[in-house]
Each structure stands twice: as structure tokens, then as C-alpha cells.
Design a protein around this ligand. Structure first.
Ligand SMILES: Cc1ncc(C[n+]2csc(CCOP(=O)(O)OP(=O)(O)O)c2C)c(N)n1
Ligand SMILES: [Mg+2]
Length: 466
């Protein structure tokens, strides 16, 4: 067995059985091993941003990592923007990057570069395998890093000769770092804040936005009167009829400040202390009001459902305390396409158990209230702000969940970054419906132009294509 085969067999034995790939010469032995070893599905992407974004979408829906296969430094560099988005979403990925054979590295051939240096900022774990007998063990450790809590983008760099030289077999995956549980003192502190009678808010993200976490938040809100909101962007949120509907903190600073201005306590459940997306002249970066106390109940990787359960118990909040919510009546729209009628049309069309990937940018600012009344679904958002995320993430989500309909909602500008996803979706026969909002402009940048006080929007962002 060569090194490549020892790695692929280790991946399959470790539960990593999908590889999103765009390989080249230095990865050919790995490709041959992918072909040879039973149980590994190889999915080709025609640009590395598709590969890394698909691995992000796969993790978000499956909860276990896929692997990638990228071609040296430039292949990795092409995939970095969506690795950045994946890292911000806390998605685990076994990110395999080919490298020149160790004996060839000193010759500075055209594709030579500092792969570790490129990988580090967008990874939580980086290793170059030194030789073929180490590859399986390094792969097993990468799986553990990608599967732990919090999960990591684990970048494993594979010199070509480590793939073709003789290996010594497969390796067992070491125990992954597990969810740390939660801090009972932090729950007690949160309970004190919510009992104080002062205006309080639970701010949720991560696993707090599962159906279970939301139901607990509904009980707590019903019992104490606290407001429940989610971050502006969330990796995955359970939504639709029968689920507790939470609004997001608005993206626009002028809209976010009035929403937050009266709170005296914010209890963070995996969420970050809210900040604006950008810094603007004469606008605050922190969005909470002065004097508002922040209670860090759960960090990323904590078991926030268990913490919310403990909080509900501490407050005596029962299932019957959850209050019914008034949802928008869904009526199939007719007439002109407006933002409101598009929102309603989408809310009417979302089928049961769909996965909605949202990169709708300005068209989608009003999508949340009507879609809260849609059939139950999951809603995925861009966590790193680098556009071109939704079509690859939809691809990976569809590979992870072949029985679920995926709806990709994307602005026309964002769609143009990673349009090659459609080729993979067609080739793999994936059930993805892509809706492109063709306003023929980078509409958001008009508002941002004014927001940063740069004067009148310039031609670059306002000219329409014909
Ligand atoms: C990688 C990257 N490049 C550029 C940007 C800046 N940016 C943010 S939104 C946007 C355009 C979005 O256009 P579109 O998808 O058509 O949505 P619209 O604003 O028209 O609603 C750009 C260029 C970004 N966020 N990420
Ligand atoms: Mg647009």
C-alpha cells in the first residue's frame, strides 16, 4: 500500500467518505487511490472556491467533515475565500493540499510556494506530511481536528512522494476534542440577569438555533419576557411553521441601534457581542448601548442546548410558557416582482424540509418574516462575508442531504464568483434550485458608498449591464 492509499483508507475508515476535488499532477497518486478504494465519493469542482465552499455546506448539513483535494499553493489560494467563510462558520474540513515531491522542492519550479504560510490564516490545524509512513497518522489527526468541538479547517499538505512511496497501513483516528458541556456558573449568572426585571435579550447562534434550542428559548422568553434575537448571520437556523421565529440583528447600523438601544442585559449563547459589519465614520462599531451588561453564557463549541435547558429549569420556564407567535399569512403573489412579492413567492414555494442557502444580499432583506410561515426548513448564511459562497455551499449541502430540496438564493453579482458550481450540480445530478436576483448591479454598494461618506456612488457600481 502506498502513502496515498493509506490516507484514503484512513479517511474512509474515519468516516470521511466524500472528497471535493480539483487535482493536478502532484495529486495523481491520491486520485488513483480515490479510484481504487471502495467507499469514497469523489466530486469534481471546476474552481477551488467550489471545492472548499462545498466542503463547508457538507459539514453544516451532515455534522461530519468531508475532505478536499487541492493543487499546491495556487489551488489552495483559489479556495481560500470560501475556506475563510467555512472557518467563520465553524465548519470542520479535512483540507488536503498537494505539494511537490520533497526532493523537488529545492528547485523552485513554477508551482513552488509557501503552502503552510498560505494555509495558516484560514485553517485551525496545519501539517505537512514528511514521508509516506506518516501520511495515514497525519490524516487521522486531521480528521480528529476537523471533527472536534469546536471543529477546525484541518489542512494536510501532501508532498507527491509521500503519496507514491510505500506506507505501513492505515491509522486509527484519535479521540476528537468533545463539546465542553457548559458552565453552570454562567447559566446561574444568565438566570440572575433574566430575573432582574430589567430589559434583557438572549442572543443566539450555533446549536442554539436548532429546533430544540429555539423551543427552549421560546419557553424562557415566555416566562421572563426577555427578547430573543439571532446574530445577523448564522451558519444554520431551523425555521418555518412550528419553530420559534427569531429575528436577526439588522445588518444596517442605523437599523440595528434602535433594536438594541433599551437592553440592560444581553445573554450570549454561542453568539458574539454584536458589532457592525464595517467601521463607518461617525458610527459605533459596538452595537449594544452603553451600560448594557454582557453575559457570556455559552462559547462556540459549548453544548448550548443543554445550557438553555439548565437555564429554563433555573427559571422554572415550562413548555406551556412558550407564547404563540403571529406569523404572516402566506398568499401566492400576483403582479409585479417587488422585493415583497419575491419574498412571498419564496415563502409559498419552500417545500417541507428544504435547505435554503441565502446570499440574496439586498433583495433578501425582507425575506425573514414571510419565510417564518413557510414549511419547516433550514436556513444557511454566509459567515465570513466573502461573496461567492452560496452556490458552492448549496452543492455540498445537496451532496450531504440527497433527500432534501436545496434552494440557493443569490444576487447576480455574488453568483458570478462561483458559477461553475452549476456544472458540478448538473454532473452529480443534485437537487438544487438556484434563484438569481438579477438586478444587474452591486446594489448593496450604493448604500455602502453613502454609508462610508464617499460622496455620490461612482460609475463602477451604478452602471447597468445590457
Ligand atoms: C470576495 C468579496 N469581494 C467583494 C465583496 C464586496 N461586495 C459585497 S456585496 C457585493 C456585490 C453584491 O452584489 P449582488 O450579489 O448582485 O447583490 P445586490 O447588492 O445587487 O443585492 C460586493 C462586490 C465581498 N463581500 N467579497
Ligand atoms: Mg445585484
Amino acid at each position: 500500500m502506498n502513502g496515498a492509499e493509506s490516507l484514503v483508507r484512513t479517511l474512509v475508515a474515519g468516516g470521511v467518505d466524500v472528497c471535493f476535488a480539483n487535482p493536478g499532477t502532484s495529486e495523481m497518486h491520491f486520485v488513483a487511490a480515490l479510484d481504487r478504494v471502495e467507499g469514497m465519493r469523489c466530486v469534481l469542482g471546476l474552481f477551488e472556491g467550489i471545492v472548499t465552499g462545498a466542503a463547508d455546506g457538507y459539514y453544516r448539513m451532515k455534522g461530519t467533515p468531508a475532505s478536499t483535494l487541492l493543487h499546491l499553493g495556487p489551488g489552495l489560494a483559489n479556495g481560500l475565500a470560501n475556506l475563510h467563510n467555512a472557518k467563520k462558520a465553524n465548519s470542520g474540513i479535512v483540507n488536503v493540499v498537494g505539494q511537490h515531491a520533497t526532493f523537488h522542492l529545492g528547485y523552485n519550479a513554477p508551482l513552488t510556494s509557501d503552502i503552510e504560510g498560505l494555509a495558516r490564516p484560514m485553517s485551525g490545524w496545519v501539517r505537512s506530511s514528511p514521508d509516506a509512513t506518516s501520511v495515514a497518522r497525519d490524516g487521522a489527526e486531521a480528521i480528529a481536528a476537523a471533527s472536534g468541538q469546536p471543529p477546525k479547517v484541518a489542512t494536510l499538505i501532501l508532498p507527491a512522494d509521500t503519496a507514491w512511496n510505500e506506507a505501513s497501513g492505515i491509522a486509527q483516528v484519535p479521540a476528537a476534542e468533545q463539546r465542553a458541556g457548559f458552565s453552570p456558573q454562567a447559566v446561574e449568572d444568565a438566570a440572575r440577569a433574566l430575573r432582574s426585571g430589567e430589559q434583557s435579550m438572549l442572543l443566539l447562534t450555533g446549536s442554539a438555533l436548532t429546533e430544540k434550542g429555539l423551543a427552549l428559548a421560546a419557553r424562557i422568553s415566555g416566562k421572563t419576557g426577555c427578547k430573543v434575537l439571532s446574530q445577523t448571520y448564522n451558519p444554520r437556523m431551523a425555521r418555518g411553521r412550528g419553530r420559534f421565529f427569531v429575528e436577526r440583528i439588522p445588518y444596517v447600523v442605523e437599523a440595528a441601534l434602535p433594536v438594541l438601544k433599551d437592553f440592560r442585559h444581553i445573554v450570549l449563547v454561542e453568539a458574539a457581542d454584536p458589532v457592525s459589519f464595517f467601521g463607518y465614520p461617525n458610527k459605533p462599531s459596538r452595537l449594544r448601548p452603553e451600560g448594557c451588561a454582557v453575559h457570556h453564557m455559552c462559547e462556540t463549541g459549548d453544548n448550548s442546548v443543554a445550557a438553555l435547558e439548565a437555564l429554563a429549569d433555573a427559571l422554572g420556564a415550562k413548555e406551556t410558557d412558550a407564547r404563540p407567535q403571529k406569523l404572516v399569512d402566506l398568499v401566492k403573489p400576483t403582479g409585479a416582482l417587488t422585493h415583497a412579492s419575491i419574498a412571498m413567492a419564496i415563502a409559498c414555494a419552500i417545500p417541507e424540509n428544504a435547505i435554503v442557502v441565502d446570499e440574496s444580499v439586498t433583495t433578501g432583506r425582507g425575506f425573514f418574516p414571510p419565510t417564518a410561515a413557510a414549511a419547516p426548513h433550514d436556513w444557511l448564511q454566509n459567515m465570513g462575508g466573502s461573496i461567492g459562497f452560496s452556490t458552492p455551499v448549496s452543492t455540498g449541502a445537496a451532496v450531504a442531504c440527497p433527500d432534501r430540496k436545496v434552494i440557493c438564493m443569490v444576487g447576480d453579482g455574488s453568483a458570478m464568483y462561483t458559477l461553475q458550481s452549476l456544472w458540478t450540480q448538473a454532473r452529480e445530478n443534485l437537487d438544487v434550485t438556484t434563484v438569481v436576483f438579477a438586478n444587474r448591479t452591486y446594489q448593496i454598494l450604493r448604500g455602502e458608498f453613502t454609508g462610508v461618506e464617499a460622496g455620490e456612488p461612482c460609475l463602477l457600481y451604478t452602471s447597468r449591464c445590457v
